[in-house]
Design a binder for this molecule. Structure first.
Ligand SMILES: Nc1nc2c(ncn2[C@@H]2O[C@H](COP(=O)(O)OP(=O)(O)OP(=O)(O)O)[C@@H](O)[C@H]2O)c(=O)[nH]1
Ligand SMILES: [Zn+2]
Length: 188
């Protein structure tokens, strides 16, 4: 995020503080607009930083078997209230051929996709889309389980609710055995 974007956020936050009845000049708040601008730069970083394209592929002896990385912790911001939603993502894919992706690239992809305002369904789909564009796969399954602050600290106030979303492509969509294997493997 550049200085111009930061200045716009700072001015807007100062206005919001005034509108809620606060004094933006009091000592505890005087640096808050700057902090919020820096924080937005960080939590929405994928809108201003280069597209994630670090997909290291390696030869392996994999014979089109499922690879799963589960429990990838993430934090994102709901696009309706700009409040956090956070939890765990689980990603499985079936390589097309014997090339596999460096495992760490899956959490990195989740981090990239999460750093923007979003809804959980779109985040789930974006992870699968980015993966299928960049890695030779026969199938992808993505599931996300998350708590939404807009449902816990305000509004309907259901602190224990957990939202689970699923997106399947290729063999996971066509073949219920693959799908069941994935669901079994992500079960706690
Ligand atoms: N499908 C989906 N809905 C979401 C997500 N995050 C927040 N929401 C919902 O977005 C909806 C916005 O509804 P509105 O009626 O426009 O807003 P609101 O008056 O603040 O709604 P309440 O939260 O019910 O008080 C709410 O039902 C939220 O629970 C998400 O990731 N996916
Ligand atoms: Zn929300």
């Amino acid at each position: 995020m550049d200085k111009k974007q930061q200045a716009i956020i700072e001015a807007a936050v100062t206005q919001i503080l005034t509108a809620i009845g606060e004094d933006p000049k009091r000592s505890g708040l005087k640096d808050t607009p700057k902090r919020v601008a820096r924080m937005y730069g960080e939590v929405f970083s994928s809108l201003t930083e280069p597209v994630f394209d670090d997909y290291a592929l390696f030869d392996s002896r994999n014979e089109e078997d499922m690879v799963l990385v589960k429990d990838i912790q993430f934090y994102s911001m709901c696009e309706h209230h700009l409040l956090p939603f956070f939890g765990k993502a689980h990603i499985a894919y079936i390589p097309d051929g014997n090339q596999v992706l460096g495992l760490s690239k899956l959490p990195r992809l989740v981090e990239y996709c999460a750093k923007r305002p979003s809804v959980q369904e779109d985040l789930t789909m974006m992870i699968a889309e980015e993966l299928s564009k960049n890695v030779p796969v026969k199938g992808i399954a993505v599931s996300i389980e998350a708590a939404h602050m807009c449902m816990t600290m305000r509004g309907v106030k259901t602190p224990d609710s957990l939202t689970k979303t699923f997106h399947y492509r290729g063999l996971f969509k066509e073949n219920s055995e693959w799908k069941n294997d994935f669901l079994q493997a992500i079960r706690n």
